[in-house]
Design a protein around this ligand. Sequence first.
Ligand code: ADP
Length: 267
Amino acid sequence: MQLRRAARVILVGAPGVGKGTQSERLLRRFPQLASISTGDLLRTNVKNRTPLGIKAESTMKSGGLVADDLMLRLISSELRNRGWLQNHGPPEVMTLSSEAISASEMRNPDDIAFDAFAAGRPMSPAQASEDPTASFILDGYPRNAAQANSLEGIVPINLAVSLKTPFEVVLERIAGRWVHEPSGRVYNTTFNAPKVPGRDDITGEPLIQRPDDTEEVYRARFQKFQEASEPLLEHYAKKGVLVEVEGMSSDEISPKLYDVFEQRFVM
Ligand code: ADP
């Protein structure tokens, strides 16, 4: 289905709710959508030993959050490379110091934009394209209200979807998950049970439960998610772009999600 307006979307959902599944389905239904994953972009930068990748590497290794200015730079250069971020003439405000820099220190437009943005100057040299082909789902960003705020200056998100499935339902799904480790085959005692309990259908070998797939671990992850996502959702609610989509399963959520997209970006 063709989009008529640019969709700049984030999906927010607790671990296990099926964000990845919904992303994949949306990309299939709306071929103009792209998925932009900050985790993937960061890993590519690390692999290619770019200055940004080198700066981000140690933080990523320790599991921390990469600094805000780097994340903004990462996203905006990705959008710029895709031709989805445009400059509108030269920056309106040039400080003495930025005029005085020598050619060898020439900075890219993103840096200048960020400096102005960080300094709170009312300058918007870059603007997200409104062309429907410049449509994307951001994966992994923003993660908190501070990141959402910074992103707003460059790429205004026009739809934030909160995916909701009752806690007990997700917990049951996770607690019912059994894996055949050598092949990676995954079973679920509630909706995809092995023919013989505890045994792989093909080899008959024993199934195991992943150490993370326990109620205790899931509760802790869920709690952490809620704490982090609440201010994020609040941010988008204030902007008037937050929609909640609830369902007991991915198949129940998908059609509702398609409707939301069609109402906003197709009709
Ligand atoms: P995970 O879900 O394990 O965090 P990702 O692939 O999304 O995996 O990200 C890998 C690493 O990249 C993170 O641990 C973090 O260091 C960095 N990262 C990704 N997204 C962000 C973000 N929005 N803000 C800061 N750092 C990020």
